[in-house]
Design a protein around this ligand. Structure first.
Ligand code: DPM
Length: 317
């Protein structure tokens, strides 16, 4: 492979760059002759910081600019946090590989004045910083004593706002904190019995052009089959519910022998209605498990909840 080149498109937040540099290092190790170039850029989601994420509502908020680079043949692959990658990709692009997942759980990070507290024991009215409708709905369901305030910006900016006293606590993905070397800020890992994580959370997705055989072959070394199976079940579930990345939909996956078990939930924004169930099936057909679970939840009223949310957060749509 001497002399061949691979161009990577990436967001330029600290977390995105840590992830992209990791991909570059792994690919360099596997293909020593490969010349890898990284092009870092801002996406719409990085630029619009004064509007709640849920109100923007656009699918592909953090991915479109990177995809344009590949479609214009200015980049060969894009590295994404898999949870930011929509379940339906633009014509001509595919999810080429899914890397090994880190702990997909959400984490509680508290202001130092609450260092002896837990989610359950935070004072009445404590302000949780999150712009995730999924986190909001599930935490409201279990902890009605908490209040919620939108927070935008990257992980480091959010931590600065927390430390400055704008919030009592934040909920962040444990994986993102870990990759940034900020694992010591994790105060409590949130139990999946309380809050299910986002689809694809903790894994990276590498997108590339459909039919680009040489590139697909190069990135194959990064594929982690168990993670890919779990995430493909989760993504099929989300796709079947027609949920974008900004909906109160959560999941959890685990293996049981040769079976994969997918747990999923849909909740109303006030956290009052929460529908949760699970499906299982042979792990070699993960998409069927996701589709089956989506149908189960629809039969229990998930469709109606999602319709209400789309109407409420995006009245213009
Ligand atoms: C998506 C959501 C959030 C990100 C919504 C959700 C969190 C927004 C917020 C789809 N993307 O999770 O329900 O809490 O205000 C994002 C993070 C990571 C990837 C940061 C985080 C890192 C973890 C990973 C933002 N995207 O969730 O703390 O790679 O899975």
């Amino acid at each position: 492979m001497v002399g061949s080149q691979l161009r990577i498109a990436s967001r330029r937040s600290q977390l995105a760059m840590v992830q992209t540099n990791w991909v570059r290092d792994e690919l360099t190790r596997a293909h020593p002759g490969l010349d890898i170039a990284i092009e870092a850029m801002a996406t719409q989601g990085d630029k619009i910081l004064d509007v709640a994420l849920a109100k923007i509502g656009d699918k592909g908020l953090f991915t479109k600019e990177l995809e344009a680079q590949m479609l214009m043949d200015r980049a060969d692959i894009a590295v994404h946090s898999l949870k930011d990658l929509p379940t339906n990709l633009p014509e001509g692009l595919i999810l080429g590989c899914i890397t090994e997942r880190e702990d997909p759980a959400d984490a509680l990070v508290v202001h130092v004045r609450h260092k002896d507290k837990t989610l359950a024991t935070l004072p009445e009215g404590a302000v949780v910083g999150t712009s995730s409708l999924r986190r909001l709905a599930q935490l409201r369901h279990h902890y009605p004593h908490l209040t919620f305030k939108d927070v935008r910006g990257n992980v480091i900016t959010r931590l600065e706002k927390l430390d400055a006293g704008e919030f009592d606590c934040l909920i962040l993905a444990a994986a993102g904190l870990g990759r940034l070397g900020l694992g010591d800020r994790i105060h409590e890992l949130i139990d999946p019995g309380i809050s299910l994580h986002a689809v694809g959370q903790g894994a990276l997705g590498i997108e590339c052009r459909d039919g680009d055989a040489a590139v697909l072959e190069q990135i194959k070394v990064l594929e982690h089959v168990p993670t890919a199976r779990r995430c493909l079940a989760e993504r099929a579930f989300l796709r079947e519910l027609e949920g974008g990345c900004q909906v109160p939909i959560g999941v959890n996956t685990r293996f049981d022998g040769e079976d994969l078990i997918l747990t999923g939930m849909v909740a109303s924004l006030d956290g009052v209605r929460l529908i949760r169930d699970e499906s299982r099936g042979p792990e070699h057909d993960p998409e069927a498990i996701g589709i089956d679970l989506a149908q189960k939840l629809k039969e229990q009223g998930a469709g109606a909840i999602l319709e209400e949310i789309f109407a409420a957060v995006r009245p213009e749509a």
